[in-house]
Design a protein around this ligand. Sequence first.
Ligand code: UT7
Length: 339
Amino acid sequence: MHKQAVALVGLGSYLPPQRITNEALCERLDTTDEWITSRTGIRSRHWAGPGVATGDLAVEAGHRALKSAGLAAGPDAVDLVVLATTTPDHPCPATAPDVASRLGLGPVPAYDIAAVCSGFLYALAAASAHITAGLARRALVIGAETYSTILDPADRTTNVIFGDGAGAVVLSAAPGDDEDGLLLGMDLGSDGAGRDLITIPAGGSRQRATPGTAVDDDRYFTMHGKQVFTQAVNRMTESSQTVLDQLGWEADQVDWLVGHQANVRILNAVARGLGIPPERAVINLDRVGNTSAASIPLALADAASNGSLVSGARVLLTAFGGGLTWGAVALTWPDITAV
Ligand code: UT7
């Protein structure tokens, strides 16, 4: 049976206006610009102001992705919304239905995906599977985060790394299987034995918020940086290689490696491990930091806007995050304008 092909047909992104420089963080934390840039490659990030939630950023990015796809926001625009986030507006309900409703998309199925920094690739795979199965013709896939709301203000390691933002793409059933923009290969994985390496200990059913429980410090995001670093390099390299093998692509046929923007040293190590020249790795973390589920669509939007990503380019996406989770997706770049 012919498998329905799926193409990326629109891309939008949104960053909250407040830019936080390394210098600004040095004013209240025991850190230096030199440490942050040399250890991570990050120079600034954006943080949402008080009262701004993940759903607000997701609506902006979603609106722009629909525009990029040439779709007017309305009940006929898409028939599915999948939102990847670690920082939903509320523990219950999911944020996606609210975003779909605020975009005027009608009574479409809408749900959240929680795969931390791999969330966008998990969402891409889920939406693509809906289309391949004939359950949807077009889907809006969003990665949106407000990590500034879950960071311990006293934790210098996480404060210097994470930023807020949102990116979104529109996927569509493709008429043929040889046009630009097609999703060509995918790999996803997880290992729950590493659950404690990246976690927010409290707020779920494991550590219940009952009156009198001292959970305050446990509501913050925590990460064992060194172990995560090693896992991130190994898992992203392996997952990317799996997809290259699926497609019979050699490393030198990859025009752009778009990895989760966690740390420039991680991205360079993954490129090296795959045999892809580091100059073919898209980098925007210097300006946005690690935006978790928003990281890959924000990097794509940056590379599309600066002219790096051109129609027909072979693109390899890869991500790693809490869970542990990881994944890789290969596509050819479509003829679109990122908004
Ligand atoms: O998004 C999901 C995936 N996340 C990642 O992939 C993140 C992976 N991890 C990393 O990117 C890195 O491990 C970090 C950037 C988090 C840390 O870099 P590192 O080179 O692994 O540093 P480290 O944790 O080994 O710490 C080295 C030193 C320590 O001091 P001592 O023990 O050597 O005295 C830390 O306390 O750096 C210290 N340190 C800092 N110093 C200045 C930690 N954070 C800071 C800071 N400023 N912000």
